[in-house]
Ligand binder design. Sequence first.
Ligand code: NAD
Length: 486
Amino acid sequence: MTPVLARLRLTPFIDGAFQEAGRAVDTVLDPATGETVASVTAARPEQVVKAIGAARRAFDEGDWPRMPVYERGQVLRAIADGIMARSEDLALLESVNGGKPISGACREVAGAARVFNYYAGAMDKFFGDTIPVSESLLNFTLREPLGVVAQITPWNFPLLAAAWKLAPALAAGCACLLKPSPLTPLSTLMLAEIIADCGVPAGIVNILPGGAEIGQLLAEHEAIDGISFTGSTAVGTAVMRAAAGSIKSVALELGGKNACIVFDDADIEKAAKSAVGAAFGNAGQSCSARSRMLVQKSAVAAFTQALVDELAKLRLGSPLDPATTLGPLISAPHWERVDSSVRAAERGGARLVTGGARPAELKKGNFYLPTVFGDVSPELPIYRDEIFGPVCSITPFATEAQAIRMANASAYGLNGSVWSRDIGRALRVAKAVRTGMIAVNGLPSASSTSLFAPFGGYKRSGLGRELGMNALAFYTEVKTVTVDLT
Ligand code: NAD
């Protein structure tokens, strides 16, 4: 780890150059030990303004938005290759900084490279229409880059989130100002080094480490055309409000309280096995975590036992140990939040089936046992609120209609699962559930999420979609051209 960090530039990347180290520092911790990993210089407000100016100039006057899309694609391909060339270092940073088991971190790095490769070949397949408005007019639309875009990422998938935002924005010809979470800036700074080596013009990608005040400044600034935010619904609301002043385009990927509906005719073993990844992957710190298990009454006992048996196979420990399958929570304050939700659930009458504490053998770090509650009433906060930890609740239902009502009784609408051997019923439920995504009888893991398919939520889970061609819709404006043929 030390040689990787010794080489890494830990300062804002603005107008093609890493800045001098300064006094405003974000201390980056290893969640598995609590030890300091690095000190990163946060961007100062005047540096943010300088970066916005550089991005504006690069977009308004530079080559990047005007370059043939094939040539921009070549640069994106070089970034993908650069990511793979440094994949071990990136996985190490993701693991040590984010507490991710190293095998999962390797998959996420490969996933980030795939995103750049996908968008390298996407922009020449995303174009306007010819619209038959009348015999005397030729009407067509052009897709033009949105402009200067701010991008704000959370701590739970730092590199993937940066790739999901930068790759389509760059493909579309935008100039980017990306702010990573102050808890996990390291892999994004390494990505800045890779991008700098790949021929992206100065000012087109700016990386601005720092906290809420930097994000707020980006959301408010009137020289920015659009903002893509991934994080909590509370902060997303503040970002949308701040962006309203200059009528920015806004894309929001927010929280989730996702239901996994298991009917009694489902393959219960398979559903339970899948629930381990679906609810406890990344230690439950995933917007897509299926933290509400809705199980048909007659299958509750079998499903609960199968889930407990599967959870017993998880190995908690150092994220750098290849045998580890469950890492720590991101921070000590987050550990306290998760634990207080668990204690509140107990007080509210939920039955603790397993977990609910720090593992006895792991005294250091932010480890939490995989935790399952049974008989959880839909009135309890643990059923309604995003816990963002390795905690799930099991609530019985009787009928298909009741399962749909329960799944939809949520402020969120991001993701979900349905399990049934009756494919007609599974698809009826998939259609009736108000979520942006739903998995039927299986679930891809976050890092193998299909790049071709849109990702995003209904209701308070967000606005717009990332990935696929849908992301290009956000990073482009539509221009209507009308030609008088007479
Ligand atoms: P968060 O909302 O606390 O922070 C997200 C980012 O916003 C960070 O970079 C943070 O520094 C920044 N920020 C904080 N206050 C800000 C402000 N006032 N203005 C602008 N930026 C500000 O979220 P988090 O704790 O980093 O991440 C966890 C949350 O992210 C969860 O709710 C999770 O569901 C959500 N998430 C959603 C998706 C998705 O695709 N839907 C993916 C990953 C995470």
